[in-house]
Design a protein around this ligand. Structure first.
Ligand code: URA
Length: 216
């Protein structure tokens, strides 16, 4: 396999009909801010379901109305959801609905419009990252520059594991991410055709931040 080809073994395409249906509604240019945000919230809950599938469980002793039993729980406090600002907030909200015990980190990155490189303006993570499993969220894995910059910074804190969740990506974004971080699995609802010269995904859904916050 050439180094620029996506290594699909690390890409988890979430092709559940509910995910695909909601994504199609979100892509449509006349979807309102309100419905875009609601659909993103719902879709993020479904993505959380996939990305937490292999989370470690622990046994706790509980009392049912009939007897004592050992039952399993996820240690939500060991999970850190890291949102890449600002569009990551849209996924974060939905995921927190399903994993309310998760800690949250934020990375502020903007894309220099000329170079398309990521420039950091904010970084705040929970303490004791060495004990935690990290899920980085950003709706669009496009050039891959922001994702790589975010994972570079998080890896320096030596967490137990890192996964990346987006709604949409493209071959270019996957290749960039895999080249820098081949050990980080990507969870996505779709792999679109390509990037355009402005770093937007085609056919895509437009600017995710503008569509979530109604800033266009
Ligand atoms: N960011 C977006 O919001 N949309 C794209 O298509 C690419 C990057």
């Amino acid at each position: 396999m050439s180094s620029s080809a996506p290594q699909t073994s690390q890409v988890h395409l979430v092709d559940h009909p509910l995910v695909q249906h909601k994504l199609t509604l979100m892509r449509q240019k006349d979807a309102s801010t309100n419905s875009f945000r609601r659909l993103l919230n719902e879709l993020s809950m479904l993505m959380a379901y996939e990305v937490t599938r292999d989370m470690p469980m622990q046994d706790v002793q509980i009392e049912t109305p009939l007897e004592t039993m050992n039952a399993k729980v996820i240690d939500g406090k060991k999970l850190v959801l890291v949102s890449i600002l600002r569009a990551g907030t849209g996924i974060l909200d939905g995921m927190l609905t399903v994993v309310p015990g998760a800690r949250v980190g934020h990375i502020g990155l903007y894309r220099d419009p000329k170079t398309l490189q990521a420039v950091e303006y904010y970084f705040k993570m929970p303490k004791e990252m060495q004990e935690r499993d990290v899920v980085v969220v950003d709706p669009m894995l496009a050039t891959g520059n922001s994702a790589v910059a975010a994972v570079d910074r998080i890896k320096a804190l030596k967490p137990k594991s890192i996964k990346f969740v987006c709604l949409l990506t493209c071959p270019e974004g996957i290749a960039t991410m895999h080249k820098a971080h081949p050990d980080v699995p990507i969870y996505t609802a779709a792999i679109d055709r390509q990037l355009n010269s402005h770093g937007y995904i085609l056919p895509g859904l437009g600017d995710a931040g503008d569509r979530i916050f109604g800033t266009q």
